[in-house]
Design a protein around this ligand. Structure first.
Ligand SMILES: Nc1ncnc2c1ncn2[C@@H]1O[C@H](COP(=O)(O)OP(=O)(O)OP(=O)(O)O)[C@@H](O)[C@H]1O
Length: 550
């Protein structure tokens, strides 16, 4: 992409105010301009005759912190801004609030009694809750505790000279406090769109509201730059106008009819929900045959996992966004199999990791029955029990390489159906970890190699939970509606079901739900296909059924 800033974007690049709040609708280039701003900031710093020294006596700071919410959005920022940042990439730390907190806890945790912190994945927390381990939700609060210590404050205050926060409208109270605590004298660049505030009503979220943007706008020292509405994502303006009309509930207005007549928006309805996966696959295939990249959006994690399984059964390969926890769980299970083979751990440990892997494939609160069966908490079918015993017998006493080869095949041999790709990728990674372990111990015996492998897997486990993993180029991404934030694809397929629950809003104008729909419908560059199924749709999405029928 050649990035030539628009006049509004140029103002952002030039602004040197203490706090710069950039407001703009979907696709107006906030994130892209922030990357360009990071580069400009670092270029100015490198050129300055007197280097930027934001705190008297401290060394000049030539690093930028770019904070975002999810690992998926960090991956997207890193991938997309590489070209813009060029040689300055190394000086820009793109990370999530949770990863930043985890790195502070790792470095300074002993100050608050966390000298050997252990982070539980959500699957682990569901299966084996532990009071002495940290959960994801603990990270930001514990980092804030640390930031009460002068040594930690001194470390963070001299680390960055520009701090950027993407999707600022969705920061919760803890995240906002974290930004202010780490900032020191750094310039703050906050990117937001109150119309895209979609976390306000999620459970366990405290303080998210469009009001946060208003509060900062009126804060002393803030310069607010509003980008004009023109979207770079779809320069024709047709999809952005339709998305804005959906947000305003103008389903019968000209923006929607223009998009439908021009083919940028297609809406279908099938009262019988049993053909969902086939219809999704058909839509995806038709879009792909037009050379378009595709993302599939669906509500509810459990329904999304079910759709994913069905799509896989009918041969539509895809990646579920934000489920890299499964990859980590698969590596852990395979490493445990190698350890069991060499007599370093019990079979019970292998079963525990296998249960965690199976649980990690499922979103939501539920633990799958199969995980309980693996752990012996529920009776397993004779066939599945036999397969487990066969695997155990085959692994027993094997050498490390052959054990990992058996582990690679275990997914198919056990007849598991979910997360085939994660298991296969894990096998490749586990083999290279084994080589790395061998290099580290220079010809040590198997036990020494396994101890090194354990350390490598351990570092990987924390890293996977908090760091980003790039998504494979060109893969079809399947995600829930809340994860669509900040994403884009040539075409999107939006699945809306009669039994989807959109919260307790029951009357027009569905303010909260409409912000979610605005995000969802503003992601496509060229086309959006809506597939509605079943009956009794929530009032929020019922107009789509009407659009399909009329
Ligand atoms: N000046 C520009 N010239 C060309 N393309 C641009 C420009 N600015 C942004 N874009 C492109 O427009 C698209 C949207 O940009 P970006 O994701 O930065 O917008 P955003 O405001 O952060 O969007 P959203 O709020 O929807 O996440 C991207 O594909 C980006 O590369």
């Amino acid at each position: 992409m050649t990035y030539t800033p628009s006049p509004g974007q140029q103002q952002v690049l030039d602004a040197d105010d203490e706090v710069v709040l950039v407001l703009g609708g979907a696709g107006t280039g906030k994130t892209t301009t922030a990357a360009a701003k990071a580069r400009r900031h670092l270029e100015d710093h490198a050129r300055a005759a007197v280097p930027v020294q934001r705190i008297a006596g401290a060394p000049p700071i030539d690093r930028v912190l770019f904070l975002s919410f999810s690992r998926a959005s960090v991956a997207r920022i890193v991938d997309r801004s590489r070209e813009i940042l060029g040689p300055f990439s190394e000086q820009v730390e793109v990370t999530t609030f949770h990863a930043l907190s985890w790195s502070l806890i790792n470095r300074f945790g002993s100050l608050i009694g966390l000298s050997d912190p252990y982070l539980l994945s959500s699957a682990q927390a569901k299966l084996f809750p532990r009071t002495d381990a940290l959960k994801y939700a603990d990270l930001v609060p514990r980092a804030l505790e640390l930031l009460a210590h002068p040594a930690v404050v001194a470390h963070v205050e001299t680390r960055w000279s520009l701090v950027i926060c993407d999707e600022f409208q969705d920061t919760d109270d803890g995240q906002w406090e974290l930004i202010r605590a780490i900032r020191g004298a750094a310039q703050l660049l906050l990117l937001g769109d109150p119309h895209q505030c979609i976390y306000a009503n999620l459970p366990d979220v405290v303080g998210v509201s469009p009001q946060r943007v208003e509060d900062v706008r009126t804060m002393t020292g803030t310069r607010c730059i509003e980008l004009p509405e023109a979207s770079f994502r779809d320069p024709s303006g047709i999809i952005p106008a339709a998305a804005a009309a959906i947000r305003r509930r103008e389903f019968d207005g000209p923006a929607i009819s223009t998009a439908m007549t021009g083919g940028q928006l297609e809406v279908h309805y099938d009262a019988d929900g049993s053909h969902e996966a086939a219809a999704v696959a058909q839509a995806v295939e038709s879009l792909q045959s037009d050379g378009l990249s595709v993302a599939i959006f669906s509500h509810h994690n459990d329904a999304l996992a079910a759709l994913s399984d069905e799509l896989r059964l009918i041969g539509l390969e895809h990646e579920i966004t934000g489920l890299s926890e499964s990859l980590t769980a698969a590596i852990d299970a395979q490493v445990a199999m190698a350890q069991f083979a060499r007599g370093v751990c019990d079979w019970k440990v292998v079963l525990q990791y296998l249960a965690i892997f199976i649980t990690s494939a499922v979103r939501g609160k539920a633990v799958p029955g199969l995980a309980h069966q693996v752990l012996g908490a529920q009776p397993a079918s004779p066939a599945f029990s036999r397969r487990l015993i066969n695997l155990r017998d085959r692994l027993s006493g094997e050498g490390l390489d052959r054990a990992l080869a058996f582990a690679r095949d275990a997914h198919a041999e056990l007849g598991l159906t979910s997360k085939v790709t994660a298991w296969a990728r894990a096998a490749t990674l586990a083999s290279s970890m084994l080589e790395e372990a061998r290099r580290r111990v220079h010809g040590g015996d198997d036990n020494t190699v396994l101890a090194a492998l354990d350390l490598i897997a351990d570092a990987n486990r924390s890293g996977q939970l908090t760091e980003y993993a790039s998504e494979p180029e060109g893969a079809i991404q399947l995600m829930n509606l809340h994860q669509t934030k900040g994403r884009e694809a040539d075409a999107t397929v939006v699945v809306l079901r009669g039994n989807d629950f959109f919260g307790f809003e029951k009357t027009e104008p569905y303010q909260d739900g409409s912000r979610l729909l605005y995000v969802v419908f503003s992601r496509a560059r060229k086309r959006v296909i809506v597939l509605t199924f079943g009956s009794g749709h929530s009032g929020l999405v019922a107009p789509f059924v009407r659009l399909a029928i009329t």
